[in-house]
Structures are given as C-alpha cells and as structure tokens.
Design a binder for this molecule. Structure first.
Ligand SMILES: NC(=O)c1ccc[n+]([C@@H]2O[C@H](COP(=O)([O-])OP(=O)(O)OC[C@H]3O[C@@H](n4cnc5c(N)ncnc54)[C@H](O)[C@@H]3O)[C@@H](O)[C@H]2O)c1
Length: 250
C-alpha cells in the first residue's frame, strides 16, 4: 500500500477499521475515514493518530448524493488526492421475509446500494481527472458485498438483495471505467466477528453452517480487501472475491 492515499467509507469501526489498520501496517501513505457516526469516528481517528499514523476523519452520511459527494470532496481536500476507495458502510438488520416494509426497503437501499453508488461516482470523477501516479492504473475501488448475495437468505432478504445489487454495480462500473485504468472489485465475506455482528447475535448460527466451523475474524476478510485495493492488483477488475470458509459451497 506504499504511496497510496485511501478513503474508507464506514471506517469508524468494524471491517472498515480492520482494513485501515492492515493498510497502515502495510505502509499506506494516508487514510480518510468517512462515517456517519461522528463521536465514534473522532475516537477512532484520535487513537490511530496517537500511534503516529496519517489518518483523518470525515463525518458524512452517504445516503444522499449531495452529502456523499461533499464527504468525498472533503476527503480529497484532506489527502490531496485519492488513489483508492473502499466501501464498507452498510446496515444488516434482520426482518421476517413477508414483513419487510417500505421504510425497511428504503433505508436498506439508501445505505447499501445508493450510498455505495454515490461514493463510486465521486471516486471515478476524481480518479479520471487527477494525474496518474502508477503507469497503467488510475485508481482502485473495492466494495464489500456478502455471500448472502448468492445464497438463499430469508432471514434478511432485503439485505441480501442489496448485496446482489452491489455485485452487479461493481461489474457495470468495472466495465465502464476500465478504459480509464480504474479497477473495480468486490469482496464477499461470510459472517465475521465485528462488534456489530456479535451484538446482532447471528454468528453462532453462521459458524454452525460453515465447513470451518467458525465465523471469520475481521482481519481474515480485510486481507483480501487489501489485496484487491493494493498496487499488487494490476489486472483483476469486475471480480467478486468470495471469502467464506467454504460456506458458499456448503
Ligand atoms: N459482519 C458480518 O458478519 C458481515 C458479513 C458479510 C458482509 N458484511 C459486510 O461488511 C461490511 C462491514 O460490516 P461491519 O460488520 O464492519 O459493520 P459495522 O456496523 O461494524 O460498521 C459499519 C460502519 O458503517 C457506518 N455507516 C452505516 N451507515 C452509514 C451511512 N449512511 N453513511 C456513512 N457511514 C455509515 C457505521 O456508522 C459503521 O461505523 C458491510 O458492508 C456488511 O454488509 C458483514
């Protein structure tokens, strides 16, 4: 990740924060964390800065285009340029399949699909217009999807549907911006143990259904995100990398 300047959306905690820590250990130049949870974001940024890292926090809600673009522009102002965008922000409430309301759908779509879309648009506009720092690559985008995009998941069907939509968006963007030298990929994890997932209480059920017999640690997923986000990836685009402990085949 050397010489890379990165934006991580949903980076105040969970997988986004694990990705940030791994990138910092891998020598990333600077990181802007965008998150709507202002107090948690301040705490996280203060803690990373106290370890000597170049990290800034940008508070923002990605559900509306204007707010999402403003957050990205603020990140660009702080970092000078952005080489890589990681979209980790999402919500994953459970709701009985026949009881998903209009409000449930609107919120799920707004954060998981539209939010990811708005951030990708902002990143592509920036990456297309800035001077290239690598010979053939103008930027990298990595979206976090889920195995739920590919397996029946009546426990949270609306969430699963949004993740399938992000797999699709990833492919459309990848094709559109390949000529600009921008690589767009996604990583689809099975359940992993962030504080949010632990509180939601589904990790035991997912571990039981997993051939490895356990949920992943966030770092085990972050490794694959960093691979796709780093200068080591020069040729993969439009891919969805499944990291599921074999759950996808179970
Ligand atoms: N944890 C799991 O078991 C699991 C499994 C498969 C996929 N995923 C996916 O991994 C990603 C990270 O999950 P996590 O467990 O780290 O979640 P998390 O809740 O711990 O972190 C998500 C972060 O996104 C932020 N966020 C939410 N809505 C936002 C908005 N509108 N604008 C800006 N920021 C917003 C939250 O404040 C939070 O800091 C998500 O995309 C999730 O769907 C998680």
């Amino acid at each position: 990740m050397k010489n890379q300047r990165v934006v991580i959306v949903g980076g105040a905690t969970g997988l986004g924060l694990s990705i940030a820590k791994l990138m910092l250990a891998d020598g990333v130049e600077s990181i802007a964390l965008i998150d709507k949870n202002g107090p948690l974001l301040s705490e996280t940024v203060a803690s990373l800065k106290s370890e000597g890292h170049r990290v800034v926090g940008v508070e923002g809600d990605i559900t509306r285009a204007s707010l999402a673009k403003e957050a990205f522009q603020n990140a660009v102002k702080e970092l000078g340029r952005v080489d890589c965008l990681v979209n980790s922000a999402a919500i994953y409430p459970r709701k009985a399949l026949l009881e998903i309301s209009d409000d449930d759908w609107d919120l799920e779509n707004a954060v998981n699909i539209k939010g990811t879309y708005h951030m990708m648009v902002a990143a592509v506009e920036h990456m297309r217009s800035r001077p290239k720092v690598e010979a053939h690559i103008a930027g990298r985008i990595v979206n976090i999807t889920s195995v739920d995009a590919f397996k029946a998941h009546p426990q949270n069907a609306h969430y699963a549907a949004t993740k399938a939509a992000v797999v699709s968006l990833t492919k459309s963007f990848a094709q559109e911006v390949a000529k600009d030298g921008i690589l767009v990929n996604s990583v689809a994890p099975a359940g992993f143990a962030t504080e949010k997932a632990k509180k939601a209480g589904f990790l035991g059920e997912l571990a039981a259904a997993n051939p490895l017999g356990r949920a992943a640690e966030p770092e085990e997923i972050a490794q694959w995100v960093v691979m796709m986000a780093s200068a080591r990836n020069t040729y993969a685009t439009g891919e969805n990398v499944i990291v599921s402990g074999g759950y996808i085949y179970a």
